[in-house]
Ligand binder design. Structure first.
Ligand code: HEC
Length: 116
């Protein structure tokens, strides 16, 4: 019965909010070796540096180096903005929140002391 409901929701295209309750992210998301170079930089490059780079980066925040991303991690703004915590501006600006596994990797990276 639950499975049928899941399948029905999957095909109706509005399953997004419910998905995280049904599939706890820890079971499928590999956070065993999260580093800046291997994990975080590619996420920044894909979703953030289009605005947060160059001579006039958005919010005056450049996210193209380890030191800069680490600085945002240390204030809480990196995970706060990406997890759409109301204390921060939601990022990526104008876009959807990134998927749960990506957010878990960010959180894990911060919690482990931002390994390079
Ligand atoms: C479409 C452009 C755009 C994209 C893409 C974007 N940002 Fe931003 N970001 C902005 C602008 C503009 C600001 C400054 C205004 C504001 O805070 O809303 C900002 C502000 C921020 C802040 C400061 C938030 C605060 O409340 O102080 C952080 C941290 C941040 N961005 C991180 C990110 C991260 C991480 C990503 C990728 C997941 C990202 N941004 C993607 C445009 C963008």
């Amino acid at each position: 019965m639950v499975l049928a409901t899941v399948l029905a929701l999957l095909f109706t295209g509005c399953y997004y909010d419910i998905e995280e309750e049904l599939y706890p992210v820890s079971g499928t998301c590999d956070t065993s070796n999260v580093t800046y170079t291997a994990t975080i930089a590619p996420i920044m490059n894909q979703h953030c540096v289009s605005c947060h780079s160059g001579s006039a980066p958005s919010g005056n925040i450049d996210l193209t180096s380890y030191a800069n991303v680490m600085a945002e991690a240390s204030t809480g703004s990196l995970y706060g903005s990406m997890s759409h915590d109301p204390n921060w501006s939601a990022m990526p600006q104008g876009g959807n929140k990134l998927d749960d596994c990506t957010l878990l990797k960010i959180k894990t990276w911060v919690d482990r002391g931002t390994p390079n």
